[in-house]
Design a protein around this ligand. Structure first.
Ligand SMILES: [Zn+2]
Length: 152
């Protein structure tokens, strides 16, 4: 049985998020306000560097983040947070697997795929929970998009 496009999308999005989070500077990440000679807010994570810290977004070379809100947003989404979210979403997806059931396929009684946990004879798979998870990662039912497109 081939997977529904939303499930394929979600699976790919989780793999990509994990793939990019694993080699990144470990968290938790924090922020530091601009210094007198700094150019912007800095984001720091644990790693090789001064006192076990490593600048993720540093202002030393004219970098940094202009807005405090942006710096805090970046720090909130550190690799540890992403990996925890990926693990939880995979667990949710594993609990909401398709199962065959006698139900209504829109035309009449038929064998349909429905969610083993929350499905019904009128609710084809993927269930609302799986669709919402996919939407949270960027899925749009109206058109298939690749997860987290690169911005160049
Ligand atoms: Zn479900």
């Amino acid at each position: 049985m081939s997977k529904h496009p939303a499930v394929q999308f979600l699976t790919a999005a989780l793999a990509r998020a994990e793939e990019t989070a694993k080699p990144a500077t470990p968290g938790p990440w924090g922020v530091r306000p601009p210094s007198d000679h700094g150019d912007g807010w800095e984001v720091c994570g644990r790693g090789p560097g001064h006192n076990g810290s490593r600048w993720v977004v540093g202002a030393e070379s004219g970098g940094g983040v202009y807005d405090e809100a942006d710096a805090r947003h970046i720090a909130l989404h550190d690799p540890g947070a992403v990996l925890r979210r990926v693990a939880a979403d995979r667990q949710i997806l594993a609990e909401h697997q398709p199962v065959k059931a006698v139900g209504y396929d829109g035309y009449g009684v038929a064998v349909i795929d429905t969610c083993i946990l929350c499905g019904s004879q009128y609710a084809p798979y993927p269930c609302r929970t799986v669709l919402l998870l996919a939407q949270a990662w960027g899925w749009e039912a109206s058109h298939a998009v690749s997860p987290q497109p690169e911005i160049e």
